[in-house]
Each structure stands twice: as C-alpha cells, then as structure tokens.
Design a binder for this molecule. Sequence first.
Ligand code: ADP
Length: 264
Amino acid sequence: MKLRADAVSKTYGSGSTARLAIEPTTVSIGEEEFVTIVGPSGCGKSTFLMMMAGLLEPSGGQVLLGDQPVDGPPFGLSVVFQDYSRSLFPWMNVRRNLSMAASAYRLPKVELAERVEHALESVGLAGQGDIYPWQMSGGMQQRVAIARALVVEPKVMLMDEPFAAVDAQTRADLEDLVLTVRNEYKVTVAFVTHDIDEAVYLGDRVLVLAAGPGRMIADIPVALGRPRHQVETKLDPRFAELRSQVYQLVMRPSSQRPTAEATQ
Ligand code: ADP
C-alpha cells in the first residue's frame, strides 16, 4: 500500500521554546517500495517516521495510508523499534508476545495461531514460541520483534534504526532477513538508519535528511537490482558510487547542503 507524507512538519514545544524539528516535507512511498531514510543524529528521522506511523501528531500537513488520512496508528501498519528489549514483554513467551500484537485485529483463534507460527518461520524461529525473550540473544529478540510486526500481515512496515544495537554479523543477517520478509509479505517499507551502507544496501530509494532544522535534501534512486548480496552488491562499483554520494550529503556542513529540489 502507498504511504504519503504531504507537507508534514513538526514543531516541538510552543511559544518561546518552540523548535522546528521537521520542515514541511512531502514524500510518497509506492506500493511494495523499500525506502530508507538516512541522516545525522538529531535531524528528525524518528520524528518523521513516528508521524508516518500515526504515533506522533504532525504540526502541519497530513499523512495518507492509501487514500486514508492517518490520525492514529492505523490497521495494516506495523512499527519495529531499535530497542527490542523494551518493545517485547519479558513475562510473556514469544508466542504470546506475537499474539498480543494482533489483539486489536480480533482474528479467529486458529487463524491467529497459524499466523504466529508462520511469522516465526519467516524470521527463522520456527518452533521457538515457548521461549521467553530474555532467554534470547539481541539478534533473536529483534527477529521476534519483526515476527510480531508480521503477524498482522501489514501492508506497510516502518522500522526505526532496528539493527543499531546488534553486532555487525547479526546486523547483516537481519538486513537480509528484512529483504526476504519484504518479498514474502509484499510489504511497503520505510526504514530509518544512520548507517549509510545499510541505507544503500537495503533501499530502492534513499532519502537523505539534514539537521537544523530537519529537512529532506535528497531523494536518490538505488539502481542496484535485486536480490542484493552482502558481498557482491557491496563490491559493485555502483554501490561505492551511491555510498559516496550519500556520504557527502550527510557529512557536508549544513550551510553547503542543497535544497531537495536541487538534488531530485
Ligand atoms: P533522529 O531520529 O534523526 O536522531 P529525532 O527525530 O529523534 O532525530 O529528533 C529531531 C530533533 O527533535 C532533535 O533535535 C531532538 O532533540 C528533538 N526532539 C525529539 N523528540 C522531542 C520531544 N519529544 N520534545 C522536544 N524535542 C524533541
């Protein structure tokens, strides 16, 4: 399903403490597209994603899921956060954690049970439903968090730096896992990261945000083909080129950054 931010902006605080976190920003994410959002810390990536998720009210503009305005967390949209240890309930086993996520969908019991097992299988945790999150490694917990997002069979999945807290090898495995489940579930993905390689490796498009105030400065198509491969894709000269293009945009002092129109 399509997701669109239409002149969406955010100001935190009010009066003399008001601070513009995101300038009015327009972004359209197409059906089954994988868009990555990259930028330095504090440029407003999470703020933007939370507005897209209906978890944070924009100060201006509107978000549309399909053609419906988003004014709260919508059905058909799942969010995966960085901090898996806080987003899973430690006192519930994995199966219960997954079932809970779909409670608002009021699925028949048998269908829910099937979806839970299928989601676990999709993330490589088949048969692990009886384990508790605290018995698992960080990487496994993040797999559970992804499975939990999949149980509702979302049309759109929003991911906020989901792999920032895991080691490099686990991170690479999880990146490939997300690409696999994206294909399997035919889901539209917006994925926030501050890792430039990750943004280029995963995305069909990379949106680059700059800070002070937060704004989109580039929207770069990633013509790398699929499937991606951790070694081969990263050896492709086009990968290096894209990486350096994004790197320069992210690292450039803010006074020298172009406006979005100049780089689209
Ligand atoms: P990023 O995800 O790119 O690191 P954030 O969206 O977290 O950026 O933050 C963007 C800016 O908005 C930062 O300057 C941050 O301090 C500020 N900010 C984020 N959340 C709040 C909040 N709840 N209240 C006030 N300021 C906030």
